[in-house]
Design a protein around this ligand. Structure first.
Ligand SMILES: Cc1ncc(COP(=O)(O)O)c(C=O)c1O
Length: 311
């Protein structure tokens, strides 16, 4: 059955968990930041239905000068009912089904509002304050805030850690770690880099750290990756760090599947040991589809000439 904005969803719970995109009647009180940004610009007195009233006030104020085609402000179901219907159809399996794909999660309406905003109109290659294109002041503001929050979420000192957002990656985690079969290199990483896997001790279900160390001694890796799509144990980061130090290798922790647990402080954090930590934002963090790369700042090593090498 197809249902859309004009036909209510067949299940009450569906509405309750925020899957139906009827515009909410009232938004919560604004945060101090939203108050300043929008109310200063448009001289609006904030109210409990703040966001709705801003939209209306902005429209009223700008209306005389608006000449753009109606279509730009029309909702999806009016402009493209076929796509709108497909989106509505996609809700059903997410609502009714039990999805056992570990890399997926269900995000919130507010996240979808943020990623489906006018920010999508901007090209913004580069970093805050150093973009290729002009007019990125609000993108910079948003990204700087995200960086601040990302460091806060993992209790990191900005003196020692930096973070960049990473829009897309080419292959799923285990593949991006260099997965290949006996006959075929599956991922771009395994094509462009020489990789060597390490395995579990199948009788215990834990990573075979002794074998990892032996392989590293032979292989001399420049980088060792921890993190997996389906490892239901804690990682011994200290042990892998020791192997990295012996090999002068970088330790990259891909915490994509566990970053929500790390942020909540309920499992050990890789930040104590890793040089680089990566995570997607859409798994246990329940954010939008995206990724982040955290990097340790400061002195990486003292070289043979006795000089400090920065990370
Ligand atoms: C360990 C791990 N890292 C990262 C990712 C994210 O991969 P992608 O770049 O395809 O989003 C996944 C996907 O499930 C994963 O299992």
């Amino acid at each position: 059955m197809v249902w859309n904005q004009t036909k209510p969803c067949p299940n009450d719970n569906f509405l309750k968990i925020g899957f139906h995109f009827q515009p909410p009647k009232a938004y919560p009180h604004p945060t101090p930041q939203t108050k300043t940004l929008a109310s200063i610009q448009y001289n609006i007195t904030p109210s409990p239905i703040f966001l709705t009233s801003i939209a209306e006030a902005v429209y009223e104020k700008e209306k005389p000068g608006v000449t753009w085609p109606k279509q730009l402000n029309a909702p999806l179901e009016a402009v493209d009912p076929e796509i709108a219907d497909i989106i509505e159809l996609a809700k059903a399996p997410q609502w009714k089904g039990l999805e056992l794909i570990p890399s997926e999660n269900i995000t919130s309406l507010s996240v979808m509002q943020a990623v489906g905003s006018i920010m999508t109109n901007k090209y913004s290659e580069g970093y805050p304050g150093g973009r290729y294109y002009g007019g990125n002041e609000y993108i910079d503001m948003a990204e700087t805030l995200c960086q601040k929050r990302a460091l806060l979420a993992f209790r990191l000192d900005p003196e020692n850690w930096g973070v960049n957002n990473y829009g897309t990656r080419s292959h799923c985690g285990h593949l991006s770690h260099g997965y290949q079969t006996d006959t075929k290199k599956i991922s771009a990483v395994s094509i462009f880099f020489e990789t060597m896997p390490y395995r579990l001790n199948e009788s215990t279900g834990y990573i075979d750290y002794d074998q990892l160390e032996k392989s590293a001694t032979l292989f001399r890796p420049k980088l060792i990756v921890t993190g997996a799509s389906a490892y239901a144990r804690l990682y011994d980061y200290a042990r892998i760090r020791k192997v990295c130090d012996k090999q002068k290798a970088i330790l990259l922790a891909d915490m994509a599947h566990i970053s929500g647990l790390v942020a909540a402080g309920v499992i050990p954090s890789p930040f104590e040991y890793a040089d680089v930590v990566t995570t997607t934002t859409h798994k246990s963090l329940r954010g939008p589809r995206g990724a982040m790369i955290f990097f340790r700042k400061g002195v990486k090593e003292i070289n043979k000439q006795g000089k400090e090498v920065q990370s």
